[in-house]
Design a protein around this ligand. Structure first.
Ligand SMILES: Cc1cc2nc3c(=O)[nH]c(=O)nc-3n(C[C@H](O)[C@H](O)[C@H](O)COP(=O)(O)OP(=O)(O)OC[C@H]3O[C@@H](n4cnc5c(N)ncnc54)[C@H](O)[C@@H]3O)c2cc1C
Length: 410
């Protein structure tokens, strides 16, 4: 049986790994070390203090689609431990949950504190030694496993779980420099698009629930809520696109042409047909009184002005050129993105420890038996909505399962 397991990192992935190891291997001594004085800090601030702990997506084939990076890691793991299993564990450990209309799941208490308390309580019950203010400086392999050199002395471990979160500057934690791990350069994911000096930002607060958004030169499009902010574009569809295009946008230095179809799913053809019909029925109507495909009034008037059409102009008096311009803006507004802004609710790092270091379905390093990884330190990241915590729970559970199998096999 393992003598000592050390988990590095006191976040969601570190806690869940440590708890699952201690549950599955009661004879193991599990120690969790955290460099700061604060445990589970991201859990506590997440979801605006409510902790969006997972997403109500029970089919793992659908679930996996929410990860721009890390699908190769997660696919085999989700077959064993995904949303149902996560909820089952939290429910058994006293955290009742609820789903919101968009699928995000929160503790029923609406407080991230109940998620943190549940993890802390489980760690205590399982006699996990939790040490704060202990930072790993280097790790050395020896005949019995690993020696961890920390600011507070040396720890020995037969197994080490690295759960130190996303590394924003270098993809590999410094203390693993000598391990020759394959890594993917980090780039930020989940951000909003800046549209400097674009008059659209005067409409801050306006949201279109089913807009389509895409980037010129990038193949993936997204339909969903697009929110206009006082600096540019936000909302779930924008954040989703930022995640899938994170690396591409970084290469472009966050300078890109963004397009929005505000009347999605209608196409240019549909809008032209609607115009022809309206021209028969409403030729004498003022443009600002025209039916406008359920667009927010402020946005409709903005698009009219941008198309050089007076809101008081009558539909029957519209020139062909002006009408074409308006149709173009409705289905294909072109906006210049220049820069990004971090999304306050949830941001993550794309990149990290590459799947090339592992056999499929494993989180134990091929070339360093006994060294495991969990959470955002891996090249795994999800879109907003609870998917990043789900990756932390799943990889944490999987690490424990693999340590258990290691000992069963020996
Ligand atoms: C503001 C914000 C809100 C978010 N909200 C949500 C949400 O609602 N839902 C969701 O799914 N995701 C959310 N996320 C993303 C989610 O929080 C992360 O994906 C998740 O916390 C990653 O967990 P982790 O355990 O891998 O890393 P972390 O939570 O980053 O934990 C890593 C820990 O390791 C410690 N550590 C680092 N180096 C060392 C070292 N050398 N020695 C010892 N300890 C070390 C760090 O101090 C840290 O405490 C949010 C992110 C942010 C920033």
């Amino acid at each position: 049986m393992p003598s000592e397991v050390v988990v590095i990192g006191g976040g969601a992935a570190g806690f869940f790994s440590a708890i699952q190891i201690a549950e599955k291997l009661p004879s193991a001594q599990v120690t969790l070390i955290e460099k700061s004085q604060k445990l589970l800090s991201k859990v506590l601030i997440s979801g605006g203090g409510r902790c969006n702990l997972t997403h109500d997506c029970r089919d793992f084939k659908q679930l996996i689609k929410n990860y721009p990076r890390g699908q190769s890691f997660l696919k085999p793991l989700f077959k064993k431990f995904a949303v149902n299993e996560t909820l089952d564990w939290f429910h058994r450990n006293g955290v009742a949950t609820k789903s919101e209309a968009d699928g995000r799941m929160f503790p029923l208490s609406n407080s991230s504190q109940s998620v943190a308390d549940c993890l802390l309580k489980a760690a205590k019950r399982l006699n996990i030694q939790v040490q704060c203010g202990v930072a790993v400086k280097s790790v050395v392999k020896n005949a019995n496993g690993f020696e961890l050199h920390t600011n507070k002395g040396v720890l020995n471990a037969s197994e080490v779980v690295v759960a130190v979160g996303g590394q924003s500057v270098r993809p590999c934690p410094d203390f693993l420099e000598g391990f020759d791990l394959q890594t993917i350069d980090p780039v930020p994911s989940l951000f909003t698009f800046n549209l400097p000096e674009n008059p659209l930002v005067a409409l801050a607060g306006v949201s279109v629930p089913e807009a389509e958004i895409w980037l010129s030169g990038f193949s993936i499009r997204r339909t969903g809520p697009v929110l206009i902010t006082h600096w540019g574009l936000s909302g779930p569809a924008t954040l989703w696109l930022s995640a899938f295009a994170a690396r591409w946008l970084k290469e472009k230095n966050y300078e890109a042409d963004v397009y929005v179809n505000w009347v999605n799913p209608l196409s240019e053809h549909d809008i032209r047909e609607d115009f022809s019909e309206m021209e028969h029925r409403f030729a004498q109507r003022q443009m600002d009184n025209l039916p406008h495909w359920n667009l927010p009034k402020r946005l409709w008037e903005f698009l009219l002005i941008q198309s050089e059409i007076s809101p008081q102009a009558k539909l029957g008096e519209l020139s062909k050129k002006a009408k074409n311009k308006l149709i173009d803006r409705l289905v294909r507004s072109e906006l210049k993105m220049s820069g990004k802004t971090t999304f306050k609710e949830e941001f993550v790092t794309a990149g990290g420890i590459s799947d090339a270091n592992f056999e499929p379905g494993s989180l134990e390093c091929k070339h360093h038996p006994g060294l495991y990884f969990a959470g955002e330190v891996l090249d795994i990241d999800g879109v907003t909505g609870g998917f990043n915590f789900q990756a932390a729970w799943t990889t944490g559970w999987s690490v424990a399962e693999q340590i258990l199998n290691r000992y069963r096999g020996s």
